[in-house]
Unconditional design. Structure first.
Length: 318
């Protein structure tokens, strides 16, 4: 709601500041601070409202399209008439085109920052960690629709990926890839088995943290190795392989067999099986199934820092 109110306030304030500046006799749209601020608010306010009602990627594409049209009109007018076509807020939108275009190119095709929303990837990632996602690693994709245009690679076992949550594509999740197409994955109270081979675990002491609900949690910590990737996982003593009631209620049952002792799945083509490192506190493939290739957003490459404080900075995770 704060995003909506901010956008609404800026949208209303922009024209008001421009009108006040005009009454004061200010006409220089370039050097007048009041007019400049008013025009900027008149542009940024509707952008925030668009983000609120749609998504940030959609809003960026609309901003790029509108500012591109204005920039093109200015370019054509200068070529034919020797002066710009736009004025006022439209001129500011035209001037912003190259910046908006650069942001779109980087955000859609190169890298994108995400903030970790939950404890499901502890101890590797904590709530509030700002992670850098490589958008190029799994193909150049059509913005918003996320359809692959040029393949550049596929997720491998052990990699951490960011993807659109299958039941609700407006939400982005981060988990670790356990199974790739064709794999047979079994999850039970003893751990994880891939194609008949048990994932090795080595005890690594205990780990305590504050849960997303604000309660202290104590868990056993293990070092796991999956392919060439070594990482740490958490298991809370006394908890089963999953919340069986939640599995029964949520899982679409496609390609998986369930029992109180565990689950076994065959990963279909074009899909991936993912699990959180915090096995006792993660909403992952055990509950809602597989991640389609069309939902992939990128590979987690690094942690820049944490929104709540300097836990660490610049940790490379590849």
């Amino acid at each position: 709601m704060s995003l909506f109110l901010s956008g609404l306030a800026l949208t209303a304030a922009g024209p008001a500041m421009v009108a006040y500046g005009r009454r004061r006799g200010e006409t220089d749209e370039v050097n007048s601070r009041l007019l400049s601020l008013g025009y900027s608010c008149a542009i940024f306010g509707p952008f925030l409202l668009l983000v609120y009602v749609a998504t940030l990627p959609s809003a960026l594409l609309v901003a790029a399209a509108v500012s591109g049209l204005l920039w093109g009109a200015d370019w054509l007018a200068k070529r034919t008439r020797g002066r710009r076509w736009t004025s006022g807020a439209a001129r500011y939108g035209s001037d912003a085109f190259l910046m908006v275009l650069g942001v779109c190119v980087v955000r859609f095709f190169v890298v994108e920052p995400f903030v970790v929303p939950s404890s499901s990837m502890r101890p590797t990632l904590s709530v509030g960690d700002v992670i850098i996602v490589d958008k190029f690693s799994y193909g150049i994709r059509l913005p918003v629709l996320n359809l692959p245009l040029i393949p550049t690679g596929q997720p491998a076992r052990g990699q951490m990926i960011v993807f659109e949550y299958p039941p609700d594509r407006s939400r982005a999740f981060v988990k670790r890839v356990i199974g790739i197409p064709g794999d047979t994955v079994r999850v039970d109270d003893s751990g994880i088995e891939i194609n008949g081979e048990r994932l090795p675990q080595a005890p690594a002491g205990s780990y305590t943290y504050t849960s997303d609900a604000g309660h202290p949690v104590a868990a056993d910590q293990f070092v796991e190795r999956l392919g060439s990737t070594s990482y740490q996982s958490l298991h809370r003593p006394g908890t089963p392989w999953a919340d069986l009631a939640a599995v029964e209620a949520l899982h679409p049952k496609n390609g998986c067999a369930f029992g109180r002792a565990g689950m076994q799945c065959i990963v279909p083509a074009g899909h991936y099986f993912v699990i959180g490192d915090n096995r006792s506190d993660s909403l992952d493939g055990r509950y809602w199934g597989f991640v389609p290739d069309s939902h992939l957003l990128g590979r987690v490459d690094a942690v820049l820092g944490n929104t709540s404080g300097p836990r660490y900075t610049g940790v490379w995770l590849r």
